[in-house]
Design a protein around this ligand. Structure first.
Ligand code: PMP
Ligand code: GLN
Length: 386
């Protein structure tokens, strides 16, 4: 249909998110899709049963704006057990429609036109569009290549009186790197005495390997007082399509968050919240996740060991980065497309997570897949490269 409206695009240069682009290409080409991050296996029936039971019991109307009390209580209890801090159930936790909405809402609540927000490159693709939508400016710090650790001296140089927010993400997508307790300390020192709010994207909080402990900002007494911490049930319980997550933070920050949240989504799917509140009672379900994914990581790395890909360390998340300069000198976007079309394995090019398109010839594989899927991918890689 034609429109008579003359559009002055707000985002003339914005394309479609790489996750949609690559998943669509993978489907078109019949490629094994190791690009977009989502599991290809089922969650446990107990979770579905719980949600269904609540639906049949008539729990199908609007939940309270901040989330069902049962779920807020379960979240607060989990955070207290893991990180030693007890948020207030009424005023310091909000259930969101996934982490993406939580991040967008937090940015909209705190960032005003002209404000600066420091992000770390490679940066997850939803942060900067959210900052720019509300008139803020993204300021880019770098995770150093190839270890992907923060350079705090650089961050110190980037802080100005206009810095309103710093967004951190650990375990980190796409690199699988982790914030250490030393990083946490350095961040706390840098922003102590300022009015900078920290938005901490911790959606992979339960997926850390080799005995590493998650350096949640919740567990840092000083940072916790100025942070909104985001998590997502999609990652933890293999239900990325449900789009349910949550934020925790000090009451005064949460009050601002909710001012936007109430007119942004208002409230989230009631029976799912009740089902999750029940399902969360068994802490083993999130505590076992690290071992579950470590096995997948090791299996996948072993499958790829014989190929010319050079695997970078993967300390958390369900993503594996690989350098491919022994295979090709194509730019990474072209390489990812070629892999999808010709080799039959879809991956994510890492340059899309850099504002200037910096290309270290690295691609990201998602290993949140059944062994048979990972094997099928490895067979195709073997045929192409061995
Ligand atoms: N942040 C990061 C780092 C992610 O990887 C993702 C999803 N893969 C999200 C946020 C968004 O999570 P959700 O699907 O709950 O919106
Ligand atoms: N965050 C997931 C990934 O990194 C994808 C989520 C999305 O498609 N927006 O692959």
């Amino acid at each position: 249909m034609e429109t008579p409206v003359r559009i002055d695009s707000r985002f003339p240069n914005m394309g479609t998110t790489i996750f949609t682009v690559m998943s669509r290409l993978a489907a078109e080409c019949g490629a094994v899709n190791l690009s977009q991050g989502f599991p290809d296996f089922q969650a446990e029936p107990a979770l579905f049963d719980a949600v269904h039971r609540h639906m049949l019991a008539g729990r199908n109307q609007y939940a309270p704006m901040a989330g069902m009390p049962e779920l807020r209580q379960a979240i607060v209890d989990k955070v207290a057990a893991l990180y030693g801090v007890r948020y207030d159930v009424e005023s310091e936790v909000t259930v969101t429609a996934g982490a993406t909405q939580a991040i967008f809402t937090a940015i909209a609540a705190f960032v005003r036109p002209g404000d600066e927000v420091i992000v770390f490159e490679p940066v997850y693709d939803s942060y900067v569009p959210a900052i720019e939508t509300v008139g803020g400016t993204a300021v880019y710090a770098q995770l150093t290549f190839p270890d992907y650790v923060p350079d705090w001296e650089q961050v110190a140089r980037l802080i100005t009186p206009k810095t309103r927010m710093i967004i951190v993400n650990s375990p980190h997508n796409p690199t699988g790197s982790l914030f250490s307790t030393v990083d946490r300390e350095k961040l706390a020192k840098l922003i102590s005495g300022t009015d900078i709010v920290v938005l901490s994207d911790e959606v992979y909080e339960h997926i850390l390997f080799d005995g590493e402990q998650h350096a949640s900002l919740c567990a840092h007494p000083e940072l916790a007082t100025r942070s909104i911490v985001v998590s997502s049930f999609g990652k933890t319980y293999h239900i990325t399509g449900w789009k349910i997550g949550y934020v925790v933070g000090p009451a005064a920050l949460m009050a601002e968050f909710r001012k936007v949240h109430q007119f942004n989504v208002f409230t989230v799917h009631t029976p799912s919240q009740l089902g999750l509140a029940e399902y969360m009672q068994d802490a083993g379900r999130h505590l076992r996740l690290a071992a579950f994914y470590q096995e997948k990581r090791d299996f996948f790395r072993q499958l790829l060991a014989a190929t010319p890909f050079e695997l970078l360390p993967c300390r958390g998340t369900y993503f594996q980065l690989a350098r491919y300069d022994r295979i090709s000198d194509l730019p990474d976007r072209e390489f990812a497309e070629w892999m999808t079309r010709e080799v039959g394995v879809a991956v994510i090019p890492v340059s899309v997570f850099y504002a200037d398109g910096r290309d270290d010839r690295v691609v990201r594989f998602c290993f949140a897949k059944q062994e048979s899927t990972l094997k099928a991918a490895a067979e195709r890689l073997g045929k192409a490269f061995l």
